[in-house]
Design a protein around this ligand. Structure first.
Ligand SMILES: [Zn+2]
Length: 259
């Protein structure tokens, strides 16, 4: 997997000079590199799927740090899938082994408590952490982006469409009522996911540091059956972040790292 890292580092993208923040998330160079790498990396991933075999060591913090023995989240599972095969192949879905365990434990509990619901995770970080453009954090294996769970036009559980054209979901814009075209944010399931992550973190001796989610959508999350639990246990800053987190929520885990 060191080869993947070397390749992905060498081809890691510079920040795009787009006109909108979300356009910065994925530029054409990322996509070109993904295509370039896909053939070789597909073979490597086939023989080295993302199993948490080693204990990771994180250094520094999410904004300035690195990771040793990073492990890759699996491409898919019973009730979840990655945001895209190409960014996975480009090595953008590595996390700390503790986070790997927590994320999968939360999905497992949701498969039982919320059968039929489907989840997508997004960008996490590189195998050795470090700068992860265009993100400001995601540097030490403790940050994970999750795309919001949605209902379709018929009110059925669905998944956001993620593809090259919409930068794997990152350019999707929900309005302040939680609607994007035919898709509506499933706030209840989002709340259940946050609670499941928090409980799984606690069971693994760590916790959530914070969740970043668009301030104008937070009231709808607090209005769900999970609102009280979330208010009590999970920090979701009210302050606007550098990009509006409406199509995804960013979770930072609190794991003890070395300096
Ligand atoms: Zn993020």
């Amino acid at each position: 997997m060191a080869l993947i890292h070397r390749l992905s580092k060498r081809h890691s993208p510079p920040p795009a000079a787009g006109t909108r923040d979300k356009r910065m998330m994925w530029n054409n160079r990322v996509l070109r590199n993904c295509h370039y790498l896909s053939g070789l990396l597909a073979i490597l991933l086939t023989v080295a799927p993302g199993a948490a075999t080693a204990r990771s060591i994180c250094y520094g913090n999410t904004s300035y740090g690195r990771l040793e023995n990073g492990v890759q989240l699996p491409l898919s599972g019973e009730n979840f899938v990655a945001y895209g095969k190409l960014p996975v192949m480009a090595g953008r879905t590595y996390v700390h082994s503790k986070v790997h365990t927590i994320v999968l434990a939360a999905y497992k509990s949701l498969a039982t408590s919320h059968p039929g619901k489907m989840f997508i995770y997004g960008e996490t970080g590189l195998i050795n952490g470090g700068k992860f453009k265009p993100h400001k954090t995601h540097q030490n294996g403790l940050s994970v982006d999750f795309l919001v769970p949605v209902f379709d036009a018929e009110g059925q559980p669905s998944r956001l469409p993620t593809n090259v054209v919409n930068k794997y979901g990152y350019t999707i814009d929900f309005d302040s009522s939680g609607q994007y075209g035919d898709y509506r944010i499933d706030f209840d399931t989002l709340g259940a996911h946050l609670v499941a992550l928090h409980k799984a973190a606690q069971e693994n001796g760590v916790s959530l540091w914070r969740v970043i989610f668009a301030p104008d959508l937070q009231d709808k999350l607090y209005a769900t059956q999970y609102g009280d639990y979330i208010k009590k246990h999970i920090l979701i800053p009210k302050k606007r972040s550098w990009v509006r987190h409406d199509e995804h929520y960013h979770v930072d885990f609190r794991v003890k790292c070395r300096r």
